[in-house]
Design a protein around this ligand. Sequence first.
Ligand SMILES: Cc1cc2nc3c(=O)[nH]c(=O)nc-3n(C[C@H](O)[C@H](O)[C@H](O)COP(=O)(O)O)c2cc1C
Length: 393
Amino acid sequence: MTSTPLDLGHALAKIWYLARANRLPFITMTKNEQAIDVFSSFKLGPLHLPNRLVMAPMTRNRAGPGDVPGRVSATYYVQRASAGLIVTEGTQVSAQGQGYARTPGIYNEPQVAGWKTITDAVHSAGGRIFLQLWHVGRISHPSVQPGGGIPVAPSALKPAGQIMTAQGMQDFVTPHALTTTEVAGVVEEFRRGAANAKRAGFDGVELHGANGYLIDQFLRDKTNQRTDRYGGGALNRARFLIEVTEAIVGEWGAERVGVRLAPTNPFNDIADGNPAATFAVAVNELSRFGLGYLHIVEPLPTDPIAAGEKPDIKFFRRIWRGTLIGNKGYDLSRVNAALRDGTVDLVSFAALFLANPDLPERFRRGAALNTPDRPTFYAGGEKGYIDYPTLEG
Ligand SMILES: Cc1cc2nc3c(=O)[nH]c(=O)nc-3n(C[C@H](O)[C@H](O)[C@H](O)COP(=O)(O)O)c2cc1C
């Protein structure tokens, strides 16, 4: 039988699809596609993930004095070490990058030592763990800023609403707009945070570019009204993200760096006139690094979306050639469908991993799931943190 041009085109498209998804083409295609589900392994750069379930980053406000993560956090992460990959809670790269009480840092030696205890424990339990590098920008309050100072942002625009502080909910303040020179200083803070994460024994890092925090504030036209090279068109607004990514990749190599974006999440008073255009430019710029993954917080059907094309997960599958992690509101059947049709390579779970330390095993057995206890999400000590039961009790 001779191959027609149509057959050839189809075969090439198939090889492209498998290569894009990091799947090896020497396994027969039909068999391989059938084998893909949440329990199939995945090669993430140099890492072998035993399953496709990622523990999504979750702020839990349980760090000890000096914002050093403590032993209780080691227990929390070890309990969840059966995840294909753990992404830690957002971790500030500087004191100024902190927005809430008791979030851990990665900018001094005690914090590096605290995290090292955790990465050692997770590795001993057979897990893999990335640190999420975080700077909150204007989503902060003088009560958590060094010297009671004013938070920083791309522009001096006060977020609407209030922020949770140790003294209860308080109004946001008008942030200080970073000067062009000061922006370089923040890029350096991210670089140092990435270098510290390496010394702390992580397997890689994820840059928190989502949910209305500093990177997102630079990306969006609602929060970025700068007139220097970091403001204006989408390419300029993406410049900070790209410079930070470049700095982190310089420390880690691209394969161990992921980036998280949330193009449709209105959280933290963030918005953009045309998110599809903004994020197409940003992702196109990110594409040149060969990063480990892109992690997208997806819209729910009920989320408000600005005018224009909807930048949902399929949109990113079209424009991103590397590993893609989907997130938000998944259940097991949706995960498997999205993995099989190639929409995503991995899926992350937040609330369900919080409440089910043995989530992969529960999925495997089709077991009932614990219900997340919202009042203890961001406070509560060991309660709601390390006391969720496993199937084994
Ligand atoms: C308690 C809690 C803390 C969170 N903290 C972070 C965080 O530090 N960094 C981040 O990127 N997203 C954070 N998120 C968002 C989650 O990673 C995720 O995008 C969201 O919960 C939707 O996923 P889910 O439907 O699986 O819960 C947090 C979510 C929860 C519930």
